[in-house]
Design a protein around this ligand. Structure first.
Ligand SMILES: Nc1ncnc2c1ncn2[C@@H]1O[C@H](COP(=O)(O)OP(=O)(O)OP(=O)(O)O)[C@@H](O)[C@H]1O
Ligand SMILES: [Mg+2]
Length: 305
């Protein structure tokens, strides 16, 4: 095994020519800056949520998951990974040739789409009906891709611009998979009282077929709202990191590193929100997830040592 990549959240190791070990850390980023403090168990929650959706959405498209968990015989120590740390946050995936766009689907008008609509009555360059309010349900879910910036912020783009990046055939196939996955996910989430306002999929080619990769419908990649608290014209409380973003904004931070230190109560409430999102979405108990019930961990583990 060898370490090949660390993103803002995931540490990626190569197992062999076809397979990667994805280890999801407890790092949390906001405004594309990684906070200094980890959110305990966050990586386990993201792994658990992704595993749940991978099986729910199996009929929509192939996905990159080979096996959830650390593969038998993997020498974690070789890459400096602690076995207890890796437990519950690891999955073996197929290496994919990732397409260089983010496959966002929006069912509700929020975030950067709301900001653009207020400015120009458009969403990713497409015009929308007049008079929509913040958080309003869109007439139809819309595929609203963005660039996948290698550094800095991703840019919202139109479908035509996506076509220019990946070609018309791939853009259309990606749109179809992303919309189907969003729609099915939304139906499942609605059964549990949750609205998926928007989400981001990352797709890649595996054996010549477009597959759902990366994380799937997690609180990091999605805006989840409790359906009972959704009201157009307001911003529903979300399970995602919006409360963290709000806290950061209130500090007056300029969004350039280093970020302000997160107080323990912000860390704890963020952890609780992630766990709550998992349990509400799946109806499962996080205590039952590998190492999920453990509340305190040695500091070495929190750092991902
Ligand atoms: N099956 C796969 N094969 C190859 N790469 C993948 C696969 N699934 C996801 N990825 C990529 O692995 C990385 C996961 O790391 P992580 O989510 O931490 O990155 P990120 O911070 O979101 O993005 P960045 O790449 O900008 O650092 C992403 O770049 C993602 O596109
Ligand atoms: Mg990512």
């Amino acid at each position: 095994m060898r370490h090949v990549y660390s993103g803002k959240v995931r540490d990626v190791y190569e197992l062999d020519a076809d397979r990667l070990l994805f280890v999801t850390s407890d790092r949390i980023s906001a405004f594309d800056v990684v906070m200094a403090e980890p959110i305990p168990d966050k990586g386990r929650v993201l792994t658990a949520v992704t595993a749940f959706w991978a099986s729910e959405l199996a009929g929509v498209a192939p996905n990159h998951i080979v096996e959830v968990g650390v593969p038998a015989g993997a020498d974690l120590a070789e890459v400096g990974l602690d076995a207890a740390y890796a437990e519950g946050r690891s999955m073996v995936v197929r290496k994919a040739d990732m397409i260089p766009i983010e496959c966002i689907v929006r069912g509700y008008l929020s975030g950067s789409a709301w900001a653009e609509y207020k400015r120009s009555s458009t969403m990713h360059g497409q015009s929308l009906p007049a008079g929509l309010r913040q958080s309003e349900k869109l007439p139809e879910p819309v595929f609203t891709p963005s660039t996948k910036a290698t550094s800095g912020h991703d840019q919202n783009i139109s479908f035509e611009e996506a076509t220019g990046i990946v070609g018309g055939k791939v853009a259309s196939a990606a749109r179809e998979i992303a919309l189907e996955a969003y729609k099915l996910g939304s139906v499942r989430a609605a059964e549990r009282g949750i609205i998926i306002a928007d989400t981001k999929f990352e797709l890649g080619f595996i054996d010549g077929e477009l597959a759902i990769c990366d994380e799937i419908l997690t609180p990091d990649s999605s805006r989840f709202w409790p359906a009972s608290q959704w009201e157009p014209g307001t911003v529903p409380p979300s399970f995602d990191k919006q409360p963290l973003r709000d806290w950061l904004e209130a500090t007056g931070w300029d969004k350039a590193p280093p970020p302000p230190a997160l107080p323990p109560e912000v860390v704890q409430s963020t952890r609780a929100r992630y766990v709550d999102a998992y349990e509400r979405l799946t109806g499962l108990s996080f205590d039952e997830w590998p190492n999920g019930g453990q509340r305190s961990r040695p500091p070495s583990e929190a750092r991902g040592a």
